[in-house]
Ligand binder design. Structure first.
Ligand SMILES: Cc1ncc(COP(=O)(O)O)c(C=O)c1O
Length: 421
């Protein structure tokens, strides 16, 4: 179905209903002003051109109104996070009451574990996938220690089999069969940062719940990439960042999902702050904490509006494109990348990401023989922005909002050249 030619790639772009969205982004350029091939939305998404306008609006309101901007701004700061909720809920497949934008990913993960990791003496273990992102692993280990458990005993790794790189669901079933009665929490990355493998979230949730465990997901590499359908999965919680596929700028705020069945659950521990308190009485002060129902009740602080303005700009762009359209394009674009890599028939590289589009997002992880990092350096010198993850992987992620078939084709030509030399 695909063809290995620039002409074919250009034809796909000409027929792509989403092609015009590329012009809505700043594409990084080299010193001579030539556009780089940017395939790194898995790390930091590109800047929508409207972002500066959205941020400027808030700076102007701040300049002109000072503190009154909280209520009199064009987009008043007091309820500002609410302007993000509906679009964000669509992106992760949740009800608006289940979603809030606040803090950053690792902070939210800790807040969620305060509520959803309530171990007992006998049921206290936590399962993570074996190559979970370091921050997740550190967070989980520190929660175990905080509750007086030794991570060496309390942390169970869902590992690939010997000689394999991907995790099999059957092996998680086996872990649950053997240790289910001791496990309190399954905390899994929805799409693994290293391999690009997307896990079956609903099946994992059902499995965890069958053994009376809580289940949470890290969607850092899922949000804005795959459709996680969070509400339907039944997961207890999820957390994600917005600076990767959601294009909201370096270090921007994270998102958090709490399933609606926990909206008013007073049995849960919670670390509280005034932004999680009843909006009607928040400014009466001196009141006992009265949690807002739903995910909003987990907020701590009044949020950084400039960062939220960038998220609003990005979410408006996503809403205009339509997430389903983006996902359809993404499957085709990454399929094209896979086809071109296959065509190279070069045993110095090996794609370790699953071949089934249902089991991956837009990223392909290219494992390099003998962990030869110079391949990545040479690609960078040739004008490709991708990233290297130790020990031996180049991650390449064509993002359907701003990448096109020509980017993918040109990348494959550059990779071919570099491999030849
Ligand atoms: C899978 C995953 N989890 C957690 C993090 C940490 O995110 P933050 O620095 O926003 O806490 C990242 C960052 O890239 C990540 O990729």
């Amino acid at each position: 179905m695909f063809q290995n030619s620039l002409e074919y790639a250009k034809k796909q772009d000409a027929e792509d209903a989403l092609a015009a969205f590329r012009n809505k982004f700043h594409i990084p350029k080299d010193a001579s002003g030539k556009e780089l091939i940017y395939l790194c939305g898995n790390s930091l998404g590109l800047q929508p051109k409207i972002t500066s306008e959205y941020i400027r609006e808030e700076l102007t309101d701040w300049a002109n109104l000072g503190v009154e901007g909280h209520v009199e701004g064009k987009h008043p700061w007091l309820p500002y996070h609410e302007f993000l909720t509906e679009n964000m809920a669509k992106i992760v497949g949740a009800k608006p009451s289940e979603v809030v934008v606040m803090n950053t990913l690792t902070t939210n993960l800790h807040l969620m574990m305060v509520s959803f990791y309530q171990p007992t003496k006998t049921k206290y273990k936590i399962v993570v996938e074996s190559d979970a992102f370091p921050s997740d692993k550190y967070a989980v280990e520190s929660q175990l220690k905080f509750h007086g458990f030794d991570p060496k005993d309390g942390l169970i790794l869902w590992k690939p089999r010997k000689g394999e790189v991907l995790c099999r669901f059957e092996d998680l079933e086996e872990i649950m069969k053997t240790h289910g009665s001791e496990i309190a929490l399954l905390m899994i990355g929805s799409t693994n940062y290293y391999t690009g493998q997307s896990f079956p979230l609903k099946k994992i949730t059902e499995l965890g719940h069958k053994y009376n465990c809580k289940v949470g997901f890290d969607l850092a590499h899922g949000a804005g990439n795959i459709q996680p359908n969070l509400h339907e999965t039944g997961a207890d919680f999820a957390v994600w960042c917005t600076y990767k596929y959601l294009n909201s700028g370096p270090g921007s705020l994270g998102g958090c999902f709490v399933h609606e069945r926990h909206a008013n659950n007073e049995q849960l521990n919670r670390f509280a702050g005034w932004w999680g308190h009843n909006k009607k009485t928040r400014f009466n002060m001196r009141q006992d904490f009265d949690a807002l129902p739903g995910a909003e009740g987990w907020q701590l602080s009044n949020p950084p509006i400039l960062s939220m303005a960038a998220i609003r700009a990005s979410l408006d762009t996503f809403a205009e494109a339509g997430f389903e359209n983006l996902r359809k394009k993404s499957i085709k674009l990454t399929g094209y990348l896979e086809f071109l890599l296959d065509e190279m028939k070069n045993d110095a590289i090996n794609v370790i990401t699953p071949r089934n589009p249902e089991e991956r997002g837009c990223q392909l992880s290219i494992q390099v023989k003998n962990a030869d990092k110079s391949l990545h350096t040479k690609l960078t010198e040739a004008g490709v922005i991708s990233d290297w993850r130790e020990p031996d992987v180049i991650r390449v992620a064509p993002a359907p909002l701003y990448n096109n078939f020509e980017d993918v084709f040109r990348f494959s030509e550059k990779l071919k050249d570099v491999l030849k030399n």
